[in-house]
Design a protein around this ligand. Sequence first.
Ligand SMILES: [Zn+2]
Length: 130
Amino acid sequence: MAESRQRQQADEEVSAPAPIDVLKALAREGLTFSDCVKVFAEQDHDQDTDAYVSAAEDRYAEEGSIEVDAPTVVSVSDDGGAYVMAWLWVSNGDAGIADTCERCGNEPVTDEDSGLGDKCRANNDSRVVL
Ligand SMILES: [Zn+2]
């Protein structure tokens, strides 16, 4: 009897999906990273984490450069502070990635003024303006 119960418990442990597999399945069903941030931010939320988030926004946040979600995840340290999750903007140029053509979206931009690539510029240049 006890042996059979142990075997049943062992089977249940083996068949229970790992949290990471549950998360992957939820992501396939539409769970977003933003949803996860909200859950973890609200789970660990208190007066202190609010203070760290406010300080991060006041001191470091810059529109279009460093952005702090509300709510966001805070990792409080024993070293007298906390890490506050934020987003850093990195442009294509900073990353060495060519912008894609504004018209076709398939070729790299070769003319910054028009935002077009060679093929679309060639098509533009051959048009007759009446
Ligand atoms: Zn193009």
